[in-house]
Design a binder for this molecule. Structure first.
Ligand code: TXA
Ligand code: MG
Length: 319
């Protein structure tokens, strides 16, 4: 069992000693270590059983801290920082020598973000180093949006979880890199939609996935997977009817669905609100995964601004 506490000074002590601490952010909980301590950072990979080519995001407490970590901030990256930091946007930029290669999977770039969570910002601004932190779940499993999720997945492997309540946004940050001409490239869908980014920078290109050498493994086809078999469907009613002999768990968008074979049905947002749906997504997936259902059916979301991101997560969960 990990100690679960909101004491940032205790968290600071563990981190200064090279230990790992799970930290709250507005997106999901992160598994943090001193970004300049290579041994501590290696331990993140061990604990998560994460492949070492999969780079980590570095979290900072102030916008100007980015200049300690990267060689160059293109003009459009600066506009994005000003528009969205602190917030759920990660920028991938050319790294400085000081950023250890273990963090970046030997890439010459580093992902940086300033999270929007008061407690974690307070912690970061009390430390002499930034925090490398991937999501605080075992590699490939559902991301944690509260301290119970972290305790369940990693509690026996880490000394402390900084208690910061349920994550306000509920899905991971959007990741943006830059091409050879410093124009933005969308590397991972997330809380901030493509449209919101394009309003700041003009056109954004999309990264096309190469499963062998993924630029951002958040884009791996199979990721965020529950243990139970699951399908993403357009028409829930006919899908439920197609599996009369299965115990079905349903994740629907606005309305619950009846059916003799439906053992649990969770709704993302009864009012049809995309932000609420995102906030509930992983917590609902955790519950469905723990139910006695032997098949999970996810209803595809209608076209809302955030739907591309949620549908993207659901698609990966079912891959
Ligand atoms: O919201 C979030 O981003 C959360 C919280 C904890 O900040 N973190 C998170 O980390 O989702 P993680 O490790 O689960 O996902 C990080 C993603 C990976 O897919 C990784 O490939 C990508 O960020 N990434 C990090 N550095 C990169 C780089 N230099 N180039 C390309 N992708 C990078
Ligand atoms: Mg993750």
């Amino acid at each position: 069992m990990a100690l679960i506490s909101d004491d940032i000074y205790l968290a600071k002590e563990f981190l200064e000693d090279g230990e790992l601490v799970a930290i709250p952010t507005e997106t999901v909980y992160g598994l943090a270590a001193n970004a300049f301590d290579e041994i501590a950072v290696k331990r993140i990979f061990e604990v998560k059983q994460r492949p070492d080519y999969n780079p980590l995001i570095v979290h900072i407490g102030k916008q100007e801290d980015v200049y300690n970590l990267v060689e160059k901030v293109p003009a459009k990256a600066k506009l994005l920082m000003e528009a969205f930091w602190p917030g759920p946007l990660t920028l991938v930029l050319p790294k400085k020598e000081i950023v250890p290669q273990v963090i970046t999977g030997k890439h010459s770039t580093v992902g940086v973000r300033m999270p929007n969570h008061a407690l974690t910002l307070n912690l970061l601004n009390n430390l002499d180093f930034p925090l490398a932190a991937p999501s605080a779940n075992m590699f490939g499993k559902i991301s944690p949006t509260n301290s119970d999720h972290v305790e369940e997945g990693l509690g026996d492997l880490i000394p402390m979880i900084l208690e910061g309540g349920a994550a306000e946004k509920g899905i991971e940050s959007t990741i943006v890199g830059f091409d050879g001409t410093d124009n933005p490239v969308l590397l991972r869908h997330g809380v901030i939609s493509r449209l919101m980014i394009e309003k700041v920078t003009g056109e954004v290109t999309s990264y096309t996935i190469n499963n062998e050498a993924p630029e951002a493994p958040g884009m791996l086809t199979s990721h965020y997977a529950p243990n139970t078999k699951c399908l993403l469907v357009d028409d829930l009613k006919s899908a439920i009817e197609a599996y009369p002999n299965k115990k079905i768990g349903v994740l629907s968008f606005r309305a619950p669905y009846e059916g003799d074979n439906v053992v649990i049905n969770l709704v993302l947002s009864t009012s049809g609100d995309g932000a609420e749906a995102a906030r509930n997504l992983y917590a609902h997936l955790h519950l469905l995964d723990h139910s006695n259902a032997d098949l999970l059916l996810f209803e595809k979301l209608p076209e809302l601004e955030i739907s591309a991101s949620i549908n993207d997560k659901l698609k990966r969960a079912t891959a």
